[in-house]
Write a protein that binds this ligand. Structure first.
Ligand code: ADP
Ligand code: MG
Length: 270
């Protein structure tokens, strides 16, 4: 579904040159939930912007269903970290969710249906008439998720979407994402700097090195499909996986390749 080949991005301007992403190659299959984890400043947002056609890579390419991405592709939706800035304060929640649908060739009745369905899916069926600033941070981020869902994307890119909400809300939103993914079969690429979040959510975790960024490792998360905050996070396997990812990130910081940390691609079972 998504094919990232040799992606390289250098920011240039006003006498500064920042190599944000050195060389990234990975794929995401249709219907997968993949988490990308890497330290702050390693180029995660840069990567997502290149994938979403919002930035042009310096070299390399992004393919969506085999076609090169050159501008925002119709089948893709974004959820950004800064929900406070991503909703229009002068529009009611329902209008915010409906806005991107206006680019699609849909009847007003169908748009209303999609908005109602998306708000219902995120547990905000009653909030359509409220303004974003009347809602809590967690609820605002649910609105942003609803807006993405209503668009009926094939691919959903999420950029540290829960970094600014409190721990309890964050746990609820993580479960919401897994639930929606299982119900709707969307392909999700979820970016986070939080190792535990990546392991809890993902079917696969791609570990990025510090900037200039390369893929340090890809790891299959062999936890059961049914996950819950209480049991999954205390499971021995969860601890093994998170420790492994942590070690990889530490090694990446010191510039040690993956093979020198562990021989195999998956952490050892005991
Ligand atoms: P992350 O999302 O992983 O925290 P970013 O993609 O935001 O990382 O940034 C990666 C690197 O690129 C950082 O060093 C950052 O300062 C730099 N960078 C990001 N955006 C720009 C820009 N528009 N111009 C110049 N440098 C940038
Ligand atoms: Mg970022």
């Amino acid at each position: 579904m998504l094919d990232i080949r040799g992606l390289h991005k250098v920011y240039e301007g006003s006498g500064r040159r920042v190599e944000a992403v050195r060389d990234l190659t990975f794929t995401v299959s249709a219907g997968e939930l993949v988490c990308l984890v890497g330290p702050s400043g390693c180029g995660k947002t840069t990567l997502l912007k290149c994938m979403g056609g919002l930035l042009t890579p310096t070299a390399g390419e992004v393919l969506l269903s085999g076609k090169p991405v050159s501008g925002p592709p119709p089948g893709m939706a974004f959820v950004f970290q800064e929900y406070g800035r991503s909703l229009f304060p002068w529009m009611r929640v329902g209008q915010n969710v409906e806005l991107p649908l206006k680019q699609k060739n849909l009847t007003k009745a169908r748009r209303k249906e999609l908005v109602a369905d998306a708000l219902e899916s995120v547990g905000l069926a009653d909030a359509a008439g409220a303004y974003p600033w009347q809602l809590s941070g967690g609820m605002q981020q649910r609105v942003a998720i609803a807006r993405a869902l209503a668009y009926e994307p094939q691919v959903l890119l999420m950029d540290e979407p829960f970094a600014a909400v409190d721990a309890q809300t964050r746990a609820d939103l993580e479960d919401l994402v897994r639930g929606l993914w299982r119900e709707r079969g969307i392909t999700i690429l979820f970016v986070t700097h939080d190792i535990d979040e990546a392991v809890y959510l993902g079917e696969r975790v791609i570990v990025l090195s510090a900037s200039p960024t390369v893929v340090q490792e890809q790891l299959k998360v062999d936890l059961p499909d049914e996950r819950d905050q209480l049991h999954t996070r205390v499971a021995p396997r969860f601890a093994e996986l998170r420790t492994h990812v942590y070690e990889q990130i530490q090694a990446a910081k010191r510039g040690i390749p993956q093979d020198a940390v562990t021989k195999s691609n998956t952490p050892p079972l005991h």
